[in-house]
Design a binder for this molecule. Structure first.
Ligand SMILES: [Zn+2]
Length: 400
């Protein structure tokens, strides 16, 4: 991804208005940490600009039809995409700089009946470098994570749906291992953040590589640490687990609802109990939850007391609800944080593998273990979030 310019540049008077406006939109989005910008053609030839603010889309403006055509080409130029191609889906990336911050931009364009739908995802490269202590893990879970990462060999698996912050957690782990004496190779679909000194292999559509073929290639690279973006097929699961038994630390994310479910998922992928027991060192699961805005929060009775069922946490007398204010863009929520659960592959847990109840009992013997529900309910009690948000986060399905 070689990029010469750091911003949109106008080449004549006619396009100055739209390049200025694009630079303003990107600066605004970067400053406010919006995650996505959507540019969509409307029936009259104009384009609607919508931005995703704290999870919800909001209209920013309508671009005049004269500028709407220029806009899509400016985006394509930035991402080195063919401007004459109006039939195929296009994927590209570029770097935008704003006040010294470097933002990796991913662009996807599909052609629609009225023109185009171009979606831009903004990835703040500061996220790629976050240290483990910034993950806000409970102390016991952070200690378990560090323990997992300190293993000479074995697998650390992180489960959760898309958008649950798995990548951020794994990158934080990777950063902690990123020293001169350690060779790190990753397979990612796609490579989201560029990491210094780490050999990152893009896999998936358009790369001609799958996770399993990349993993096989990585094994010939004399690696110490391997990151597998996602274990989603039997072959990848098998190579990754075997790598964890032959002198490599393997980190991977996997689609499963909980740490305990990760075990069933690995079995579904054809891995026998003894391989899982010998390779996995740590199971993590996580969700991202929104935190209530401190500027507009009000006490309210607990909206969904049933969220506390089976959590072992007592339903509190009240919870915070944000009524919406300027500071939180009227959403009532201010920030995001993750909730975690972690299970170490201890001797008792290994002995219990395959027996769901025994596994849960063995997990409960570990001091850091709490279910995601319990972790979420604790956050309601401590005033970080509320039952509506925990209910949403926990019921988030695993699509695909
Ligand atoms: Zn607010």
């Amino acid at each position: 991804m070689s990029v010469v310019t750091k911003n949109f540049i106008s080449t004549n008077d006619r396009d100055r208005r739209i390049t200025d406006r694009l630079n303003e939109i990107f600066a605004l989005a970067t400053g406010k940490r919006w995650s996505d910008i959507h540019f969509e053609s409307l029936e009259d030839g104009s384009a609607e600009v919508r931005v995703r603010i704290r999870g919800r889309l909001k209209q920013l403006e309508i671009i005049h039809p004269d500028d709407a055509k220029l806009l899509i080409n400016k985006l394509r130029y930035r991402a080195n995409l063919d401007v004459s191609d109006t039939r195929h889906e296009q994927d590209g990336r570029f770097v935008q700089e704003f006040e010294g911050r470097r933002i990796d931009v991913r662009l996807n364009i599909v052609h629609t009946n009225f023109g185009y739908s171009a979606v831009v995802r903004l990835l703040d490269s500061a996220n790629a470098g976050i240290p483990i202590e910034k993950l806000q893990m409970p102390e016991g879970i952070e200690a378990a994570f560090r323990w997992g990462l300190s293993q000479r060999e074995g697998a650390v698996l992180n489960a959760g749906p898309t958008g649950s912050g798995k990548t951020t957690t794994l990158y934080a782990g990777l950063n902690s291992k990123n020293t001169e004496d350690t060779k790190i190779v990753t397979a990612e679909d796609p490579v989201e953040y560029i990491l210094k000194r780490i050999q990152q292999i893009p896999v998936g559509e358009g790369t001609g590589r799958t996770f399993s073929s990349a993993l096989r290639a990585m094994m010939r690279q004399d690696p110490d640490v391997i990151l597998v973006g996602e274990i989603r097929d039997a072959e990848t699961a098998s190579i990754a687990m075997r790598a964890g038994m032959t002198g490599h630390l393997v980190m991977a994310s996997i689609h499963a609802n909980s740490s305990l479910e990760t075990y069933s998922r690995l079995q579904d992928l054809g891995l026998p109990k003894h391989i899982i027991g010998a390779s996995v060192r740590l199971f993590i699961a996580q969700r991202v939850v929104k935190t209530v805005c401190p500027h507009c929060r009000q006490k309210a009775s607990v909206a969904l007391p049933e969220v506390f069922n089976d959590s072992g946490v007592e339903v509190p007398g009240w919870e915070w609800v944000g009524s919406g204010c300027e500071s939180c863009d009227e959403t009532g929520y201010d920030d995001r944080m993750a909730i975690f659960e972690a299970i170490k592959m201890t001797r008792p847990f290994r002995d219990a593998l395959g027996d769901e109840q025994a596994m849960e009992a063995a997990a409960r013997l570990q001091p850091q273990y709490q279910t995601l529900r319990t972790a979420g309910c604790n956050l309601i009690v401590s005033g970080e979030t509320n039952s509506l948000e925990i209910d949403r986060a926990l019921s988030e399905g695993l699509a695909g």
